[in-house]
Design a protein around this ligand. Structure first.
Ligand code: ATP
Ligand code: MG
Length: 212
């Protein structure tokens, strides 16, 4: 499987399942000076999904989150959050969107910023590993509120335990799929990540857990 076969939104296979895209990135380019971090990047995330963002150090995970929440300006492309083009934000629309989304940086209480029990929330979290309590909180909230979560995590056990899909930053773009789809994705970084010693251990633990 090569990047040429990717579907719209950087997807390996269609996972929209009739749901709206709560996050839609098209042709996004970010750069600092002459250093291009993302280029021609497409990514879709659907309502109720929990997606883990992974990639080698310096591939642009943090920059991508910062760009989505408006702390960094994309040089090109389009970013829609809950159907709203983030470049066109002003006044009421901006306040509206802010009340329906949450942003969480490392080491904070997860949902302290979410005061409104809206049914569409996109907290964006960077975290190394999720503890039990966090996983349970996400599963309460996802079901009741249709919560969608995009989070950076390097912890393969968390990916297996809570993520519906994994988004991988590769060659300045995102390739998003289930772990099974990524296991079949022919890219050296992906193969090493999921099939290396840590990946195999996490897969074993997951299959033990679901059998017993
Ligand atoms: N404000 C900035 N000014 C200049 N360059 C930056 C800035 N922020 C990030 N970069 C560069 O952009 C690239 C991507 O950085 P980023 O922090 O997003 O990587 P990352 O994938 O989050 O890495 P890590 O896994 O180590 O957290 C790096 O080369 C980094 O040096
Ligand atoms: Mg980072």
């Amino acid at each position: 499987m090569t990047t040429e076969t990717l579907l719209e939104g950087g997807q390996i296979a269609d996972h929209s399942d009739g749901r709206e895209a709560v996050l839609k990135l098209r042709g996004v380019r970010t750069q600092f000076g002459s250093q291009v971090v993302h280029n021609h990047l497409d990514f879709d995330m659907f309502r109720g999904e929990i997606v883990g963002l992974v990639g080698g150090s310096g591939t642009g995970k943090s920059v991508l989150l910062r760009t989505i929440i408006g702390l960094n300006q994309a040089r090109r492309g389009k970013i829609e959050v809950l159907g709203i083009d983030t470049r066109s934000l002003h006044g009421k629309t901006e306040r509206d969107l802010q009340s329906r989304t949450g942003v969480q940086f490392q080491d904070g209480a997860l949902f302290s910023s979410l005061t409104v029990a809206e049914n569409i929330i996109v907290p964006i979290r960077e975290h190394a590993a999720l503890d039990e309590e966090m996983m349970r909180a996400i599963a309460a909230l996802r079901q009741n509120l249709g919560l969608s979560v995009l989070m950076v995590t390097h912890d393969l056990d968390s990916l297996y335990a809570v993520c519906d899909r994994v988004a991988v930053l590769l060659d300045k773009r995102v390739v998003a799929g289930t772990i099974d789809e990524l296991l079949a994705y022919d890219h050296p970084w992906v193969q090493e990540y999921f099939r290396g010693p840590r990946g195999r251990a996490a897969a074993r633990q997951e299959s033990n857990g679901s059998n017993g």
